[in-house]
Design a protein around this ligand. Structure first.
Ligand SMILES: Cc1cc2nc3c(=O)[nH]c(=O)nc-3n(C[C@H](O)[C@H](O)[C@H](O)COP(=O)(O)OP(=O)(O)OC[C@H]3O[C@@H](n4cnc5c(N)ncnc54)[C@H](O)[C@@H]3O)c2cc1C
Length: 264
């Protein structure tokens, strides 16, 4: 096991988290052992990390691979979504076209059941290696931006479906044009059944609302954006204000889509 110093102000997509020395698991046994006391981080594109957070770990380069095994493609959990997207595109394989517009690692993407529009990662996979056991995807409970995976994802087997869909790639690129460019974690809250979270935030005048350098974006209210030197505490305060205001006015519980790792 090795250690690495990471500056999360550059590593995480929302540019928050401070500088930390974290452990790197170099094989499955180390990953399982570390997971008993530490929290795994993928590419931190969906995780708001306190500068006081401790005991984090990442997977090492041994988990960054793409293998064509004939009937399926096996991909290490550390692999970058964009790299996987480019591989599928080059091989004319379909099903994961949205990964070109979705930042993250394959491990984090499976854990979150990430996706765009009606496309979700769960639909393209055969099985997931969790704590060294291959589990069929049908045995995993995947719901909207959530899975019940309770262990370390080390690799994933993807279906081999012929026909990369360039029209989908363009559709997802187009969707991104309407979203803020500032550092964020994507959508901050899950959409309640009743009404989209962005609309609710707009209805209570929180679109563009700012504390310090953190703000609900003027372009898309459900994106919590860092306008410069945004802090973890300001982000949490905004999340609390949004949840309290919307509950008071509409009796709707806004559930964060992002993962929050607090300090001890
Ligand atoms: C600009 C922007 C736009 C986005 N748009 C979308 C979107 O349209 N749709 C969408 O679904 N998401 C979106 N996201 C969120 C993000 O892209 C996805 O959730 C992505 O899949 C997160 O991957 P990650 O590696 O960064 O995960 P992280 O943020 O590092 O981790 C997420 C969770 O997964 C866990 N985890 C990470 N790796 C593993 C592993 N190997 N084993 C077990 N658990 C693990 C972490 O502990 C954490 O709980 C967006 C983010 C940004 C910044």
């Amino acid at each position: 096991m090795i250690e690495k110093t990471i500056d999360f102000r550059y590593y995480s997509s929302i540019r928050i988290g401070g500088i930390k020395t974290i452990k790197i698991a170099q094989n499955v046994n180390e990953a399982i052992e570390l997971s008993k006391t530490h929290t795994i981080i993928g590419r931190a594109n969906n995780t708001l990390i306190s500068p006081n957070a401790k005991n984090l770990f990442c997977l090492g380069d041994e988990f960054d691979y793409i293998h064509d095994n004939g009937d399926y493609i096996e991909i290490g959990a550390k692999s970058n979504n964009r790299k996987v997207f480019l591989y599928f595109k080059e091989k004319n394989l379909g099903g994961i076209e949205f990964l070109g517009s979705l930042p993250g690692s394959i491990g984090g993407t499976i854990k979150m059941n990430a996706g765009m529009k009606e496309y979700e990662i769960k639909d393209s996979i055969i099985s997931v290696c969790i704590n060294d056991d291959w589990i069929e995807s049908s045995k995993i409970n995947f719901t909207y931006r959530h899975s019940n995976i309770d262990g370390i994802i080390t690799a994933v087997r993807f279906k081999k479906r012929n026909g990369f869909m360039s029209n989908l790639e363009l559709l997802f690129k187009e969707m991104r044009k309407n979203q803020p460019r500032e550092p964020s974690l994507g959508s901050c809250f899950k959409n309640p059944k009743e009404i989209p979270a962005g609309k609710l935030l707009d209805m209570v005048n929180l679109k563009g609302f700012r504390i310090g350098d953190m703000s609900f974006s003027k372009k898309h209210a459900n994106f919590l954006v860092n306008l410069g030197n945004g802090s973890f505490d300001d982000a949490i305060e905004l999340i609390n204000i949004a949840q309290n205001t919307i509950y008071k006015k509409y009796k709707i519980n806004l559930e964060p889509e992002i993962i929050i790792i607090k300090g001890e």
